[in-house]
Ligand binder design. Sequence first.
Ligand code: HSE
Length: 293
Amino acid sequence: MIKIIVPATSANIGPGFDSLGVALNLYLTLEIHEETNFWVVDHDFENAMPHDATHFIVKTALSLAPNITPHHIIVKSDIPLARGLGSSSSALLAGLAMANVLADLKLSDELLLEHATKLEGHPDNVAPALFGGGIAAYYDGLRLYHAPLKLPDFVDFITFIPNYKLLTSAARAALPQNLSFKESVAASAISNTLIAALYADDFVTARELIEQDHFHETARADLVPHLAVIRRIAHDLDITGTYLSGAGPTIITIVPKNQSTDLLLALSKANLPGQIHRLQQDFNGLTIMKEEK
Ligand code: HSE
């Protein structure tokens, strides 16, 4: 049996729209079992999700290697769907990795990432899901550039996952068509300074800049009312570092561990409609294990 494990991811991290992302410790696990005549996909997602070759993971695998033999596969995941935690990127990478293994394509991580980015359109979820940790990346439609993003090791990612879904397509439809020159310069300066502050271990500056995005959060505010609510709760505790995870609706606050309990308590008292998790960075990224069975 072959097991492919892919972490969840949180994209944007405030001002790093379509570029910054971090892997977090929720996981999608794909088990590849025996060969079969037709693809059989067992999963514990909603019933509407297919159990055959039309399942997203199989379709993604076949897009890379159309001739692979059908198998019985089992998909388990604790990454909630359509919540801004990279569930589709993790599934996409799992499919590509399955094709790479079953068709013995021997594609490098770099080629897998290029392929995944082309399918996804932007690298901010697939890159950290593949490599683990934080990643800064840029895809110009032809070439992909990426570098590790240093994030502090003394923090938790306090994550509020609302009870409702928000499709990335809907959240992207809310984005502005244009930004003025002045606003673009500000947006890029904030992102540059955030990354420099992180490299200088200046988390005090970094956590303020995380809240100053100009690219997407304002445009999406009506879709994600809990962003303002959670920021206010955190500010009442003198905690900054709250942002919209990916296209939402999940909200994350990056908090020094010694402030996590205070924020968790305040959030649970607020009775918000969703789940609250205390997550950490995943540093492994996509992992493949072969087990004798
Ligand atoms: N950067 C993307 C967005 C992540 O915010 O739309 C979701 O795919």
